[in-house]
Design a binder for this molecule. Sequence first.
Ligand code: FAD
Length: 179
Amino acid sequence: MISHKTSNSVGDEFKSLWQATSTQLEIDSFEDNLDCDILIIGAGFTGLSAALHLSELEQDVVVVDAVEPGYGASGRNGGQVIPGLKLYPEEVRKQLGDEKGNAVINATNGSADLVFDLIKKYQIQLQRSLGNLTILNEELDKLKGDIKAIKSRNSQYRIENEQLRKKIKELENKIEALL
Ligand SMILES: Cc1cc2nc3c(=O)[nH]c(=O)nc-3n(C[C@H](O)[C@H](O)[C@H](O)COP(=O)(O)OP(=O)(O)OC[C@H]3O[C@@H](n4cnc5c(N)ncnc54)[C@H](O)[C@@H]3O)c2cc1C
């Protein structure tokens, strides 16, 4: 359940492109006490993702927002899914140490997969982005070409081939999610 105070609803002048072009959400409002095990404050990507994953674990969770879901940065961004950190991996490890640094790097590397897996799992409606599809298809063709080149090249074939096949599968899943 997502709750907010309807009296604070966003006026047209503050709506982002996404808010202005999407269907209005039906959300409950509350004025009095709430009863729940876990209360999440802020219905942006962080709060909503936490709520989704907690509810998948059958937790009793409520998200509240001062205005409405996506009112903050989550409803006003460019919508680009680009896994990566501003810092180079060596710098991340230098700042956080190997264990924590690698955990952050691995989580970041898997972030796009998490987004596309959620899109697929919950059948989230999204506009096709031809730019993304073109890039992914080009990457796919390149990987297939790499496999051919490796096959005719060296004894490392099996290992590299397996890694490339994994990447191809990931790309195919992303393309499928975009379609
Ligand atoms: C212009 C712009 C472009 C961006 N482009 C991209 C992009 O292309 N790709 C990308 O991956 N990232 C992009 N980002 C970053 C991304 O949008 C943010 O990292 C992400 O949305 C942060 O989500 P959040 O849930 O932490 O915060 P927010 O989305 O800001 O959510 C916070 C929520 O908390 C609510 N709130 C605040 N205080 C209270 C309170 N006291 N009580 C109740 N509710 C409260 C707010 O109303 C808001 O809804 C962009 C950011 C900006 C600003």
